[in-house]
Design a protein around this ligand. Structure first.
Ligand code: EPZ
Length: 429
């Protein structure tokens, strides 16, 4: 099992290219099931989760060709996938595949919309919470599907196809919004989704679906209207840049000090995080090529932050911010409102000497001058990168174990950081 070795203390200076967004690439790949023509996706990140979803889609009979870099592409150009769901040979998504990558459960929407039948394993929980899918099931039932749970699988059918409906989500859910949106594109009649998630990844998927012939308006707002169509056609779409990756590296620079250009980052996708970083003492300068992040000697100021659905502070940057606040000059509060168990990184950060206490869903972080390197364990995708951030500024050596969590969501992390002066290497084994 690979691990990453870091010797802390170096500032970060240089350029970090931002890859395509994992949380857009996954639903975009799933959307290819909605048409029998080819969907071409550019700037797809090279991530373990993307590879796992390719296996799952292959199991349904999809033909996926990935082209390498084209002449003239810059170093980190993402991959281009040509995905064709001309012949769906199997409408079952098995437990052994779905349990490895929860978002693959979302294939239930296009399978029902196009094939009128689906048998998809319940994804099960994960480290950060129980991750129920009750709202996804509610949305599909509103669209006329009949669903039952048997043997750990959701068995769904819509004999006459799906029918447009009013879907009101009692709480904001990204997965619920993706599922309702994809299913509604081929439903008979009009669907209106209210209290919809407004994340940029929802907008990216809606833009792609409209290129495929869907009739969607209001994506990015709490009210989305979809006029069902008979068929969707092929299209070509570029995955938007990853706001969580950009925010993560911005926090890393704020932690170590230095001056880094986040190439390809779009500030409007992570404005709330950039505002918090400015309050913490970083200098954020958007420019034509992306976002420049600097932090020199002034030190890190404490902040009080509560996670919230977009455009609020993203839960996927909560662990990274906590690492940064471990070295702030004072006491910070971080409140997690999206997931019920997303503080596993607290115990691992404590191994660096961080002083963090928990009061319900709020973490209180008493900043200290210096962290000290230690062997630590990654527990989930975003928690693992918070340990890297801490290690980059800690005195001495850190080994981060179980880095397969990192590989799920951060493309070439050690290459991108060592190119900016970090002492970081992957040790295979
Ligand atoms: C997406 O997860 C992201 N994953 C998560 O990123 C992200 O943290 C989350 O949205 C919130 O922004 C992908 O896009 C692949 P939700 P998702 O449905 O869709 C509850 C990462 O690190 N809920 O918005 O699963 C749920 O338990 C990952 O890249 C129900 O109760 O999140 C949670 O408390 C981690 N019933 C809240 O809603 C449901 O049917 C938000 O979940 C669905 C969700």
């Amino acid at each position: 099992m690979d691990r990453i070795r870091i010797v802390g203390g170096n500032k970060l200076n240089g350029t970090i290219p931002i890859s395509g967004a994992k949380n857009a690439a996954l639903p975009l790949m799933i959307a290819s099931l909605l048409t029998d023509e080819t969907l071409i996706l550019d700037n797809v990140p090279r991530l373990a989760d993307v590879a796992q979803l390719q296996r799952i889609l292959g199991n349904h009979g999809l033909d996926i060709m990935s082209k390498g870099k084209r002449p003239g592409d810059h170093e980190y150009q993402g991959q281009t996938l040509h995905i064709s769901a001309a012949n769906i040979i199997d409408t079952t998504a098995p437990y052994e595949l779905v349990s490895k990558m929860r978002a693959s459960f979302w294939v239930i929407a296009p399978l029902l919309a196009r094939m009128h039948v689906a048998k998809v394993s319940l994804p099960g929980g994960c480290a950060i919470g129980t991750r129920p899918v009750d709202l996804l099931i509610m949305a599909l039932e509103k669209l006329g599907a009949e669903l039952q749970i048997d043997g750990g699988y959701v068995i769904a059918k819509a004999p006459g196809g799906l029918t447009g409906a009013e879907i009101d989500f009692p709480k904001v859910t990204v997965s619920g919004t993706h599922v309702a949106l994809m299913a509604a594109t081929l439903a008979k009649g009009t669907t209106v989704i209210t209290n919809a998630a407004c994340e940029p990844e929802i907008v990216d998927v809606a833009d792609c679906l409209n290129k495929m012939g869907a009739k969607i308006s209001g994506a990015g707002t709490p009210r989305i209207e979809i006029e069902g169509v008979k068929k969707l056609h092929g299209a070509r779409h570029t995955v938007l840049p990853d706001r969580i990756e950009a925010g993560t590296y911005a926090m890393a620079v704020a932690m170590t000090g230095g001056d880094v250009q986040l190439a390809g980052a779009r500030p409007e996708l992570l404005q709330s995080a950039l505002d918090v970083l400015t309050e913490a003492g970083a200098t954020i300068t958007p420019n034509n090529e992306g976002i420049r992040v600097t932090r020199n000697g002034a030190g890190i100021s404490p902040v009080k932050v509560t996670t919230a659905p977009f455009p609020g502070f993203p839960t996927d940057l909560q662990a990274q911010l906590m690492a940064l606040m471990a070295c702030a000059k004072g006491s910070s509060h971080i409140t997690e409102t999206i997931f019920e168990n997303r503080f596993m990184h607290v115990q691992e950060l404590a191994r660096f000497g961080a002083r963090i206490s928990l009061d319900g869903e709020t973490a209180i972080i008493e900043g200290i001058a210096k962290l000290r390197g230690a062997p630590v364990m990654a527990t989930d995708l975003r928690a693992s990168v918070s340990l890297v951030i801490a290690a980059l500024a800690a005195e001495g050596e850190t080994t981060v174990n179980r880095v397969y969590h990192l590989d799920r969501g951060f493309e070439r992390l050690e290459e991108k950081l060592s190119a900016c002066g970090a002492t970081i290497e992957r040790i295979s084994g």
